[in-house]
Write a protein that binds this ligand. Structure first.
Ligand SMILES: Nc1ncnc2c1ncn2[C@@H]1O[C@H](COP(=O)(O)OP(=O)(O)OP(=O)(O)O)[C@@H](O)[C@H]1O
Length: 290
């Protein structure tokens, strides 16, 4: 899948603002971003549900519509989409028959961890089970690429884990998965590649290890005159310095080195070392791109 300088504006809102991305076959990619970062809009564009303001999406060399028609691209709705008064197996069977080359129903049920629930009525499923059924329906046509918009948003911790195990089994078959999330942990644990999106643009793109290294920033703050901030910004490990309320706050990749260097300059009053909050991590990642 290839996104070329994709933009989508809603009036004055630039929901997606020059997004370029190439996703090779077989990768599991997390689209990580805060609320309103543009993830859902980007996925809507990838599915051809939204028309881009400019730029384009190519999937297997063609349009999203062609990929969906050929059964090569599938998506999972966040909610709804389940017909009541049918059983899990009936619904999967029904949807399977609409595809040219479906995966056999027992295999779909196994892949989504639904074997024991095959005879269960759809309306009796728990939230996590219903989400696995939606996943099963997306799998039924044996797509090569699956797009999941915050697939675990409504699930509790256990249901989340079960869902991701199913997703992992699918990805292990060499399939391509793109999912959006605002949980750094989910991106870290389940994706080979993490694309951080902020204000509709790619803020960082790397393996989860690389992203984790970027976000494993620490904040070191010290009571000091604001005029010293600029010099402190040049200390080892420091990526940014900000003066506020009589203190200088440093973001650093190497807190030990920064504290030692601060001590060397005599700035040791009320030193505090704290892990950067996730919010800071996103901000830091945005700065990496700048
Ligand atoms: N149909 C629309 N009309 C107007 N503005 C929209 C529309 N859809 C999205 N937006 C705006 O575009 C921006 C990106 O929204 P989007 O839903 O893509 O973000 P997101 O990263 O998926 O957020 P969330 O995690 O909350 O789902 C937001 O500012 C949102 O308010």
């Amino acid at each position: 899948m290839s996104l070329g300088d994709l933009t989508k504006h809603f009036g004055t809102v630039r929901a997606v603002d020059g997004l370029s991305l190439d996703i090779p076959v077989g990768q599991t990619v997390a689209l990580l971003g805060r609320n309103g970062a543009g993830k859902s809009t980007a996925i809507g564009l990838m599915l051809g549900l939204l028309a881009p303001t400019s730029g384009g999406v190519r999937i297997f060399g063609g349009t999203p519509e062609a990929a969906i028609r050929a059964g090569r691209l599938a998506a999972m709705p966040q909610e709804g989409g389940l017909v009541p008064r049918t059983t899990v197996a009936e619904l999967v069977g029904f949807v399977s028959r609409t595809y040219r080359t479906p995966i056999p129903v027992p295999e779909v049920l196994a892949a989504a961890g639904l074997e024991e629930l095959a005879g269960r009525r759809v309306e009796r499923l728990s939230g996590g089970q219903a989400q696995r059924l939606r996943f099963a329906l997306a799998l039924a046509g044996d797509p090569e690429l699956i797009l999941l918009d915050e697939p675990t948003a409504a699930l509790d911790v256990r249901a989340r884990r079960e869902f991701w195990e199913s997703m992992r089994a699918f990805a292990a078959r060499g399939r391509t998965v793109l999912f959006s999330t605002h949980y750094l942990e989910e991106a870290d644990e389940y994706a080979d590649r993490v694309v951080v999106i902020d204000k509709g643009r790619v803020a960082a793109d790397g393996t989860s290890r690389e992203i984790k290294r970027l976000v494993s920033l620490t904040t070191v703050s010290v009571t000091a005159d604001a005029r010293r901030a600029a010099a402190m910004e040049r200390l080892p490990g420091v990526t940014s310095a900000r003066a506020r309320d009589g203190r200088v706050h440093l973001r650093t990749r190497d807190a030990d080195a920064t504290v030692m260097a601060l001590a060397g300059t005599g700035a040791v009053r009320d030193i505090e070392v704290a892990p950067a909050a996730l919010e800071d991590a996103f901000i830091a990642l945005t700065e990496v791109d700048a």
